[in-house]
Design a protein around this ligand. Sequence first.
Ligand SMILES: [Zn+2]
Length: 249
Amino acid sequence: MLTVYHTKRDFEASDCRVAVLPVGATEQHGSHLPVGTDTIFAERYARKLAEALDAYLLPAVAISSSIEHRKGKGTVYLKSDTLALVLRDIAESLRFSGFGKLIIANFHGGNWIIKPTVRNLNRELGEFQVILLYAGEVARPRYHEIFNHVQNDIHAGEMETSLMLHLHPEYVADIQRQEDPAFVPQAFMDYFDVGDITPDGYWGFPEDATAEKGSKVLELMLQEGIKYLEEVDRITEQVRAKNARKAGQ
Ligand SMILES: [Zn+2]
């Protein structure tokens, strides 16, 4: 695995062509989790992925698209268009220096702009691939094996609090009980700030969190993440072979 602690010479001596970019956020996570929660998770997850793939682990994008949390003090955000431009520049610079693939290990659900950005970049950058790996998304179909709540556990809830209890219990503070857990659809973040629709800024069931669930979900995210990447590789080979045959005809 390569990291920013390696030198130019180390990079030149390596045939590594895959980079992993952790994307977190700096945003309020209720009274019980730190504002850097998503970044802490993204860094940990990306490191494990980069180790497994023997890839280049990039430093995290720690400030991202969190405008919906702006009313929570401590939140700092990029507008989504800015985030798209940052990701574009990272992809282009990796491609220019000889990398063939960028895996974006995203841990913040509000970074919806990554999806259209990735879809476009894969048409614009030739054979250079940009993969969006959103751990929460690939693991979600199996959340019911671990968690009591698979609906409405969106932000600083059972999943995230469990993961933090597993990784850094010292960062988990007392949960401020929210009296009325009447949830609106997640899409309503397009219209309202989270601070306007939740009393303490979290959205879910942190009271059901345990460190054991956190350890299980991290393992699940890794398993499902690797499976997802392998499937992309398999189809990529098929498509490239087919296109090569067509070009040779
Ligand atoms: Zn979070």
